[in-house]
Write a protein that binds this ligand. Structure first.
Ligand SMILES: Cc1cc2nc3c(=O)[nH]c(=O)nc-3n(C[C@H](O)[C@H](O)[C@H](O)COP(=O)(O)O)c2cc1C
Ligand code: SF4
Length: 645
């Protein structure tokens, strides 16, 4: 059903996949640059029925280099509409105002107390929405979307948390949505009845004391009845909700259920947006009349061909919900995708045409850096050989996919492996690549991506410990020991925290099973809820510092499972059954797990290649240790810079 056309206000969309509004951070002064054009062209070519681009209704309402209604916007919008038309892709312009966050971004935003707008300010903003609507339609927009959710300006009025006014725009719900109705009326007045107008709402604020699904039903029902809108787009909570809506913690099903509750009360089409990483689920929702369209943001970043690949039933690159793209935008940087380093660089890719050459490139290492380098090498046309000493590809990603809810990482590995096979990369498994082996392929260039090995702090040398990877990949016996005894994890970075999540997941019986077991067996409830005894020791003042926006949720999950955590703490002495900490505490243990970090694999290959005058590059953890996403970027960037005659 995803590929059956559907209409909004009489305008036909060729399928049900709409690309959501994404601020890219690279539209500078409304310029329709090659970078912008290629970014959107790829996604239009990739099969989207419509692409949503942004128009901040004035400069103040924009943030981080987004298009805004000011000098040059008419040309920008016109060029975008015309380009999208070439691919039968409709152009939806989102009318946007960032609200209080436009002045203060990042960490400062938490401390910032916005001032109340005057009634004159509000009238001015409503007028700005109207003008932005007019100019967008004059310049080819097929439809308009009024952004009234996610924590941006209009939703800040709707929320009782952020709106403390006591005039006609505050206090009661009817007053708080006044500005939204004023905007919808002025937009409709400006563009007439023919143009589809979509109202974009967060189905619920998903924050205690915030607005609810019933509130949004009321708003949408009234707007529909008054003929102000032709469709509603429903997403999850705000971008700063306590529930991190954009991440892997909130599945599409959750947002689907919210949007279904709203759709039941409406007669106009509904578009569901947020975390669509399973097409099967999206398809089912359309079939079951729970939604009419699927709006996809991040998955279009992770794979610009996603729509075509779904149509052709091919594997596609799944968005991992890691939130790194949003974090980069919020920091005021350009958008990037951890799992698709090509996003934003499509324009450069176009200038790196495939060349006809018999030159061979040998990539040593089948982890993220090696796989990405091999893909890019083969795409350029080099005969590419990838040698790995393991029986499967993926390297450290195979470990990253094991903690709860992170199994989409295995789809990423599978997809990348399929790409390599389709590009005829010769993958040599289970083979140790020493210098002689590499030389036997007569390489023109060698990429060393051999990864890293765990580092064990000196105080644990000659003591009994387990490495984190041996718990992840270990036998049931390892987990059994952990279940029974007291476990101390040394290292509270992302590895240590995710290891604790993994252990908890292995040790606890899920709630549905508890229902059945307590009804039909005599297993005591205390046994079913028996949580493993875990303590995490971190020497830095912060836990999981690399996790950023998912950090709080991970830590709260561990606290709920009674995991004890110490920061700013080092291990001073390891005794037979206890460890002494720098905070003067002594804690007992049965198992010690080392999750402290890694160092590059040591190897003489580089030196040997140099002696034989064979060119090489060292990338990923082999160069210096970093996370998997940076390793992928390394593999990608190497071939951005590579010109071999
Ligand atoms: C990098 C990035 C930039 C975004 N910028 C905007 C924006 O300017 N306006 C907006 O309404 N939503 C914005 N969003 C939110 C998306 O439109 C979408 O609602 C959200 O990503 C959830 O959908 P998804 O999981 O399919 O990406 C942005 C999201 C990302 C990842
Ligand atoms: S950076 Fe992460 S969340 Fe963003 S699109 Fe890429 S995989 Fe998805």
């Amino acid at each position: 059903m995803i590929f059956t056309p559907f209409k909004i206000n009489g305008k036909e969309f060729k399928n049900r996949l709409i690309m959501s509004a994404l601020n890219t951070g690279f539209v500078i002064d409304n310029e329709f640059s090659d970078k912008v054009s290629e970014f959107y062209k790829k996604r239009a070519k990739g099969g989207a029925a419509a692409i949503t681009t942004i128009c901040a209704v004035n400069k103040e309402g924009s943030f981080n280099n987004m298009p805004f209604n000011g000098e040059g916007f008419d040309v920008f919008c016109n060029k975008m509409s015309n380009m999208l038309k070439e691919y039968e892709c409709k152009h939806i312009v989102q009318l946007f105002h960032y609200g209080s966050g436009s002045t203060f971004q990042g960490e400062k935003r938490e401390e910032f107390i916005p001032k109340n707008m005057s009634v004159e300010d509000i009238k001015h903003i409503v007028e700005s929405f109207k003008k932005a609507a007019e100019i967008s339609v004059e310049n080819g927009a097929d439809a308009l979307e009024i952004e009234a959710g996610k924590g941006f300006l209009l939703s800040e009025f709707i929320s009782p948390i952020t709106n403390d006014r006591d005039d006609q725009y505050g206090d009661s719900f009817d007053n708080r949505v006044n500005i939204v109705f004023n905007v919808m009326k002025s937009v409709r007045e400006a563009v007439g009845a023919e143009i589809p107008v979509i109202l974009s709402v967060s189905g619920a604020q998903m924050t205690e004391g915030g607005y609810t699904v019933s509130d949004m039903v009321k708003l949408c029902e009234k707007a529909e009845k008054e003929g102000l809108i032709n469709a509603v787009k429903v997403s999850g909570g705000w971008y700063n909700s306590k529930v991190p809506c954009e991440t892997y913690f909130v599945p599409f099903e959750t947002i689907g259920a919210i949007s279904d509750s709203i759709k039941r009360n409406l007669n106009i089409p509904v578009i569901t947006e947020g975390r669509l990483n399973s097409v099967t689920m999206g398809e089912k929702m359309i079939e079951n009349t729970m939604t009419d369209f699927l709006a996809i943001g991040k998955s279009f970043l992770a794979d610009y061909d996603i729509a075509i690949k779904i149509l052709e039933k091919k594997t596609y690159n799944v968005c991992q919900g890691c939130n790194k793209c949003i974090e980069s935008i919020m920091r005021g940087e350009e958008l990037y995708c951890s799992y698709n380093p090509e996003a934003g660089f499509e324009y450069i890719e176009n200038t790196h045409r495939r060349i006809a050459t018999a030159k061979k490139i040998v990539v040593v290492g089948g982890g993220p850096a090696g796989m990405m380098a091999a893909k890019k090498s083969a795409e350029r046309g080099y005969k590419t050989i990838l040698i790995t000493n393991e029986s499967r590809l993926g390297g450290q990603l195979n470990m990253a996919g094991l903690p709860p809810k992170k199994d989409d990482i295995f789809k990423f590995i599978e997809n990348l492996e399929n790409d390599l096979k389709a590009l005829d990369v010769n993958i040599v498994y289970d083979t140790f690549a020493d210098f002689e082996k590499i030389k036997s392929y007569e390489p023109y260039f060698v990429v060393l991506a051999m990864g890293s090995v765990p580092v064990v702090p000196d105080v644990f040398k000659d003591k009994k410990y387990i490495l984190a990877k041996d718990v992840f990949f270990g036998s049931n016996k390892v987990i059994e020991n952990i279940k029974r005894g007291k476990t101390v994890i040394i290292g509270g970075g992302s590895l240590g925290l995710e290891l604790a999540e993994f252990i908890n997941d292995k040790c606890c019986i899920c709630d549905e099973n508890i229902d059945v077991l307590s009804k039909y067996t005599d297993i005591p409830l205390s046994d079913m809820y028996k949580k493993p005894d875990i303590t995490i020791i971190e020497k830095l003042p912060i836990l999981g510092f690399e996790l950023n926006s998912t950090r709080e949720t991970v830590i709260n999950g561990l606290l709920n499972n009674d995991v004890k955590m110490f920061t700013d703490t080092e291990v001073i002495e390891v005794k037979e059954n206890s460890i002494v900490l720098s905070n003067d505490k002594e804690i007992e243990y049965d198992n010690i797990i080392i999750a402290t970090g890694s160092e590059p694999v040591s190897s003489t290959i580089a030196e040997e290649l140099m002696n034989e005058r064979i060119s090489y590059s060292i990338i990923g953890d082999s160069d210096y240790v970093r996370d998997a996403e940076k390793a992928l970027k390394d593999g990608f960037e190497l071939f951005l810079r590579m010109f071999i005659a």
